[in-house]
Design a protein around this ligand. Sequence first.
Ligand SMILES: [Zn+2]
Length: 262
Amino acid sequence: MVNSYYYNGNQYIPRDSNNSYKGYILASLASGAILSAMPTFSKPFSKQLVKEHNQNHLYKDAFENSIKTSGLAEKGVSIVPAQYLGGMSDEVCGLNAYYQPSTKKIVINTDKISIAGFHEAGHAMNDITGKLGKFLSKLRWPGRYAAGLLGTIALFSTPKPEEAPRNGLDIIRDNAGKLAFACMLPTVFEEGMASYKGIKLAKASGLTKPLINNMKKLYAKALLTYIGHASLTGLAVGAAGMIMEKFTRPKKVETDDIFLFG
Ligand SMILES: [Zn+2]
């Protein structure tokens, strides 16, 4: 057995760069396949949001008024019609709404998806009045970058034998999937909080119960998108780590093998 070595009384065979290469390809393919399931989680949301165009008038006034009555307008929050922003197609405008903390603007096409506005107002509340919400929203982008970085770390080779002591990077590598999922959680929670506050706002605006219930359905689907995103990210990173480990961790030679081949 060429190149094998002993660690803690066990015999190991190191892996070569060919193994790393194969592992890398497989790990990338597996991650890609897992991440390609993302639209499955966002489809129910976007489907309903398109349907909402037809009954937008039922939500529009209530949403616009609620920005004033909730005190958000007083705190500088304003609604910017997305259709007047350059470079956005009509289709995108119809489906996208967001809150911009730096300008306190809710960018939304109120002629199509006012129903989503309450959720964006919820983001504004998180940002302006809520301590926890603000904290969570500040973690949004760092969390995403960290999850991406963990995806890269998961693709590192594992040249140490299974029994070798683990350093900080090893521990991060070993748990990259779980950590990537955890990095996405602040966003999931902040989204949930924004919806919760948005529904409260909608109730206070005097919307009827069927309209509120319809809104709850849409917001649940929105949250499903984020939960799906977080879960798939964790799974993709975890799978990449597991595959890389399989291909690059030194192979322990079992005593039976030594008996047979030694
Ligand atoms: Zn949101």
